[in-house]
Design a protein around this ligand. Structure first.
Ligand SMILES: Nc1ncnc2c1ncn2[C@@H]1O[C@H](COP(=O)(O)OP(=O)(O)OP(=O)(O)O)[C@@H](O)[C@H]1O
Ligand SMILES: C[C@H](N)[C@H](N)CCCCCC(=O)O
Ligand SMILES: [Mg+2]
Length: 554
């Protein structure tokens, strides 16, 4: 263990620990237990249901020697894609000891049950049956068995229908298509169609004009079921013993139109503001006007902060992203700063920090500099800038063990109001090993802990696909998620406004580009202005945010 003093905060101590050696015997908790109060307003997760539903296999499987971590490339034959088999697998009689099995069970080939599988989409479910690790059975599937998936899925038929009938349909309708704001058009599809239909060309001005009208006609339902959240197949409601469904809207937020596809509260929209596109100027400037119409999802009528939502994201919150380098660390620092400003005790945990040999500041050094949370912990550090499991393998170092990470996080949750846990890279990056030897990802950590996840996304080209994929993966697992834009450009182009329009139903924050380079004092004072009340921020109206941002007010 090493202890470092957080910069800019002489009183604050950040504790850095390392996990035990690889393959150390890990003693999980009892198979049936109840988590501490869940950070959602209404849920308590009872894992007992999971334990009774999943019967771990006791069938003896093939055993083999545990491959020592190797630094040669051959290690990968048994490594990240074919997870190494640990001794405890042999003791438990793992059934997935073959290379083929482990390969196909590995993170990249992780079998995801089809939507509607009551056992959920956590690869761990299948792993559990295969390798018989009771810890997996006991705690890897809280979401679906506690009703987590219930209510979180996009409306049945909605997303697929919207995609087929809306985006694609209206787009391919082209100039012959229906007028702006076709009722079943997705935002982008409808906008494009509207532009072509109304103006007969695809110039920026025409696109913007048409899009402006399209946004004006978008119904809340369309907004809330935008294409980002609309690609996930509906998740079959799982048997639930929980009195309340954490995926449901929090108290005071109506179901249905008021709730986004992931259960993220979405402000009610006005029933079509009266817009006169002809009064608007043409060109890029119109992007800002379009952005103002994002209030179709956050209207002026809801100007007062919804204080009931303030601090909704408490307890353990995972921070993932659509990729590496998207701004997870900066967002983590911003949320930490805002929460601390609200009086919360905050811890930030980085389970696996890779790339320390590069000499670049570690993520926790960045967080300490910008936000100085009460506690920061890194659980393992690896030299190479790679995924943590790969980095452990090439360095012949112990990989992160899932339940040791779970224990470390829960330990901090006992002592803090908010524990932010930053992953590495994107959601499905192999982080470490389960007792079975199979790998785990941040998605597995989310389902094991039963917690919400912040998805940090880029603002520019390519983000819609990356964000939709990440949200879909979380949605299938029943993990509630909100999106924070990591770096909103100082001079946004039409593209950025378009992306923002798609993201708003899921958006819970947006940091300005340059935030990471701010003076720490400025960063801390500014952070609440980049976040919505559930994240201890002040944004309650994206129209206002867009207008202020458009004027360059960060
Ligand atoms: N809003 C921002 N303002 C200024 N710089 C930013 C901002 N967001 C990200 N950056 C910069 O982009 C780079 C990547 O950001 P960051 O380290 O937060 O990414 P990450 O998603 O945490 O990556 P990793 O997967 O390595 O943890 C850093 O150099 C950071 O300073
Ligand atoms: C080193 C880097 N900055 C991150 N910490 C790790 C990113 C792992 C990404 C793995 C991948 O998706 O290919
Ligand atoms: Mg980071």
């Amino acid at each position: 263990m090493r202890t470092v003093t957080a910069p800019n905060s002489p009183d604050v101590t950040a504790v850095t620990t390392r996990l035990p050696q690889a393959n150390a015997v890990f003693t999980p908790g009892p198979a049936g237990f109840t988590l501490p109060p869940f950070p959602f307003p209404t849920a308590t997760l009872d894992f007992t249901a999971t334990a009774t539903t999943l019967t771990p296999s006791t069938t003896g499987g093939p055993t083999r020697a545990v491959p020592a971590a190797r630094s040669d490339p051959d290690a990968f034959l048994d490594g990240p894609l074919g997870a190494p088999i640990s001794p405890d697998d042999e003791q438990r009689g793992t059934a997935n000891g073959s290379d083929l099995d482990t390969l196909t069970d590995g993170p990249l080939g992780a079998p995801v049950p089809p939507a509607g599988d009551p056992h959920g989409a956590d690869g761990g479910d299948l792993d559990t049956h295969a390798d018989g690790a009771p810890t997996d059975a006991g705690s890897s599937t809280p979401a679906t068995h506690s009703g987590f998936g219930d209510g979180l899925g996009a409306p049945t038929g909605g997303p697929i229908g919207a995609l087929a009938d809306g985006d694609l349909g209206t787009y391919t309708d082209g100039p012959r298509g229906p007028a702006a704001g076709t009722p079943d058009g997705g935002a982008l599809g409808a906008a494009t169609d509207a532009s072509a239909g109304v103006h007969g060309d695809t110039s920026l001005s025409a696109l913007a004009d048409g899009w402006h009208s399209a946004l004006a006609d978008r119904s809340l339902e369309q907004s809330a079921a935008g294409s980002l959240g609309g690609t996930a197949p509906p998740v079959e409601p799982a048997p639930s013993t929980a009195p309340d469904d954490p995926g449901s809207a929090p108290p005071g937020v109506p179901d249905g139109p008021g709730t986004g596809p992931l259960g993220v509260p979405v402000s009610p929209a006005p029933a079509g503001p009266n817009l006169d596109a002809e009064d608007l100027p043409s060109g890029e400037a119109i992007g800002a006007e379009i952005a103002a119409e994002l209030a179709a999802q956050a209207p002026e009528t809801q100007a007062a902060p919804r204080r009931a939502d303030t601090g909704e994201w408490r307890g353990i919150v995972l921070v993932t992203g659509t990729d590496t380098d998207v701004g997870k660390t900066i967002v983590t620092a911003a949320v930490a700063a805002a929460a601390q400003a609200s009086g919360l005790r905050v811890a930030v945990i980085k389970p696996g920090q890779t790339g320390i040999a590069t000499g670049a500041p570690t993520d926790l050094e960045v967080v300490n500099r910008l936000a100085a949370p009460e506690t920061t912990r890194v659980l393992a550090e690896y030299p190479e800038p790679m995924a943590p499991l790969a980095a452990a393998t090439v360095a012949s170092m112990p990989p992160l063990e899932l339940y040791a990470v779970v224990d470390a996080i829960r330990a901090e949750a006992e002592k803090h109001d908010l524990v932010l846990v930053e992953g590495a890279g994107g959601l499905l990056v192999p982080m470490g090993v389960r007792p079975s030897g199979a790998s785990w990802t941040l998605a597995d950590l989310a389902t094991t802990l039963g917690v919400k996840t912040i998805v940090v996304a880029r603002a520019g080209l390519g983000t819609l696909n990356h964000t939709a994929l990440t949200l879909e993966a979380l949605n299938r697992r029943g993990v509630p998620a909100g999106v924070v834009i990591g770096a909103w450009p100082a001079e946004p182009e039409l593209l950025h406004w378009a992306n923002l329009s798609e993201m708003v139903p899921h958006l819970i924050g947006a940091l300005p580009d340059g935030a990471g380079r701010m003076d720490p004092g400025v960063f801390r004072r500014s952070a609440p202005g980049w976040l919505t009340p559930p994240l201890y921020g002040e944004i309650d109206n994206w129209r206002v945010w867009a207008e202020e941002t458009g004027e360059g007010h960060h």
